[in-house]
Design a protein around this ligand. Structure first.
Ligand code: ADP
Ligand code: ZN
Length: 604
């Protein structure tokens, strides 16, 4: 069995080795058991059911809520020579009948279907007549009623097991928290399943968080310095902001498309399609965008607003660099974000228990933003993983944060809040500390306070950073009824009284972020090489001819190896990762021609 799976891995998918966990899960399913697979986005979940579906007799049935993506998944499998098809509402009746016929004739290794489609009587009676290799339940966290992606139809999936008790099942998700996990096990009746929890680290992603000053200018600089021609996602909190940032980026010459729930379904699908099909498209989106986007060459994910939780952040940033090549997770955040999220949370209709959970999540993400040690350590610790040593690929590792004794500054800030009556927002408070001759300050008589003008040693933005950290650490809270006015909490007392000292992060005083070098890891390829561009051109032409996304022909990582190794023979081409039998016979000649031409021209 193992050998058969390895053979499929090499011959069909063109990979030499399994990733951690894949082999154990695959052999469990191949031998008829059940499995629950929790792996981060890009971890390699698909092979866990695709290989058993090919190795086992019969057809593997894949349940997925994301019908917009089924066609691409199926296209990718067909490119590799796998007999795959999908059944969903986008098919014309005659097309659906064709798929059903193939299914009945045993001509499919894999069939993708939406849950509602699968549970229809018509489909079930088809399944009764065929041999089923396995059921794969993708995005399995959709059974969780507490999650953002809840799909009621997912609750009915246990019917499959009742109807076909002997068919092995595999549930897969990137959502790893323990409550969701147990909900999946319970609702899908996976009590006896082998549970595989993958390593949650994504070492190729570089995490960075900067102080938000002029968010969109910072974004533009980041894109221009590091991501010309790359595909990526920019997340914003509101629809309005999505629209305006997308428009602004377009005015700066970027191909930037908006995506949010306020757009029509057609507009959304069309923008998503362009993101997947075209090279170098930037999507500016609310969190509505992304689940199940399995585009492997997303080179960056940028957050212009603070995400609600570390789970959300990790999931969103995990959409970058699925192909294993280096990618950036970049974020700017400021005090206004904290205030806004706190306010949204307190104003929501949710009950107190729910709000407490949400508050806790917000604290988690704030802690992450303000951390002075390795960011990856914090992220992984949150998911129950540990790192042996600081990662060396996050901003705090690359440029250690300066810590300063902020006790005195904190005392000034806190006492300013207190003396002005806990009724004012941060700009006003900073005005008092700096001794501004502001009309309101004079009107309220706050120029006579002891704290008036005592904060000259710091400037406006440094004070903002102090206040932000005080809010992030819970010494101050945002009064939502008082339009963002700040109030003291219990935690502030020991600092005010001098019992507790407070270390703060020094604001990075740089207008321009230092440009990190592109990592040169395995298969990174030389993107400035003319060969790289010619190969991409060829890939795009081949993709267009067949109406498929370029990455289903070859991933960037395979092209990068072509640049690195410059194979000149079929054999050496066949040994590249990502080149299986089918792709070898279809594409080797075309790509070899380009590489040989390049070599003959003396490599330029
Ligand atoms: P997930 O579904 O977990 O988000 P995918 O199944 O889409 O991740 O896999 C992510 C990427 O990793 C894909 O590009 C896939 O081709 C690649 N991949 C998966 N397993 C292997 C492997 N054993 N060797 C090399 N590449 C792999
Ligand atoms: Zn680090």
């Amino acid at each position: 069995m193992r050998d058969a799976s390895r053979e499929v891995l090499r011959a069909i998918f063109g990979f030499d080795t399994f990733r951690t966990g894949q082999e154990a899960v695959i052999s469990e399913i191949v031998s008829g058991g059940d499995a629950l697979v929790l792996m981060p986005t890009g971890g390699g979940k698909s092979l866990c059911y695709q290989i058993p579906a090919i190795v086992r007799p019969g057809t593997g049935i894949v349940v997925s809520p994301l019908i917009a993506l089924m066609k691409d998944q199926v296209d990718a499998l067909r490119q590799a020579g796998v007999r795959a098809a999908f059944l969903n509402s986008t098919l014309e009746p005659h097309e659906a009948r064709q798929v059903e016929r193939k299914l009945l004739d045993g001509e499919l290794d894999l069939l993708y279907a939406a849950p509602e489609r699968l549970l229809m009587d018509r489909t079930l009676s088809l399944l009764d007549r065929i041999q089923i290799a396995l059921f794969a339940i993708d995005e399995a966290h959709c059974v969780s009623q507490w999650g953002h992606d809840f799909r009621p139809e997912y609750l009915r999936l246990s019917a499959l097991h009742e109807r076909y008790p002997d068919v092995p099942r595999i549930a897969l998700t990137a959502t790893a928290d323990a409550p969701t996990r147990s909900e999946i096990v319970e609702r899908l009746a996976l009590g006896g399943a082998r549970i595989h929890i993958g390593a949650f680290d994504r070492p190729n992603i570089r995490y960075r968080v900067s102080d938000k000053q002029k968010g969109r200018e910072q974004l533009l600089r980041f894109l221009e310095d590091e991501h010309r021609g790359d595909a990526g996602i920019v997340y914003c909190l509101s629809r309005r902001k999505v629209e305006s940032i997308a428009k602004w980026l377009r005015s700066k010459g970027w191909t930037a498309l908006p995506y949010h729930a306020g757009m029509t379904k057609e507009e959304r699908e069309s923008n998503q399609r362009r993101f997947i099909r075209d090279d170098g498209v930037v999507v500016v989106a609310t969190i509505a965008f992304g689940m199940g986007i399995d585009k492997p060459d997303v080179r960056f994910v940028a957050h212009l607003d603070l995400p609600r939780s570390l789970e959300a952040y990790y999931q969103e940033t995990g959409r970058a660099g699925r192909d294993g090549l280096s990618a950036n997770a970049w974020m700017v955040y400021g005090l206004q974000d904290v205030i806004l999220l706190r306010r949204m949370l307190e104003e929501s209709q949710a009950d107190e228990t729910h709000k407490r959970i949400e508050r806790h999540k917000l604290e988690g993400i704030l802690g992450y933003c303000e951390v002075t040690t390795c960011r990856r350590e914090v992220l992984l610790a949150h998911f129950g993983d540990t790192l042996a040593e600081p990662c060396g690929n996050c901003d705090t590792c690359l440029e250690p944060v300066e810590i300063w004794d902020g006790t005195e500054a904190a005392q000034k800030a806190l006492s300013c809040v207190y003396r002005t009556g806990q009724r004012f927002g941060v700009n006003y408070l900073i005005g008092v500390l700096l001794g501004k001759e502001d009309e309101r300050i004079l009107r309220f008589g706050h120029h006579r306070l002891k704290t008036y003008g005592v904060g000259q040693e710091l400037d406006q933005s440094q004070w903002r950073a102090v206040f932000r950290q005080l809010v992030a650490r819970g010494l101050l809270t945002v009064d939502i009824e008082g339009h963002g006015s700040l109030k003291l909490t219990q935690t502030a007392e020991p600092v005010l009284s001098g019992e507790r000292r407070l270390e703060l992060r020094r604001l990075r005083q740089r207008t321009r972020e230092r440009k990190p070098k592109r990592q040169t890891g395995a298969f990174e390829g030389d993107r400035s090489s003319p060969l790289w561009h010619t190969l991409r051109q060829l890939r795009k032409e081949l993709a267009n001819k067949q109406g498929v996304p370029p990455y289903v022909i070859f991933h960037d990582s395979t092209l990068a190896q072509m640049v690195d190794k410059q194979p000149l023979t079929r054999d050496s081409f066949a040994s590249l990762s990502g080149v299986g039998h089918t792709k070898l016979s279809r594409y080797a000649n075309a790509f070899l021609d380009v590489i040989r031409g390049y070599a003959e021209a003396g490599g330029n």
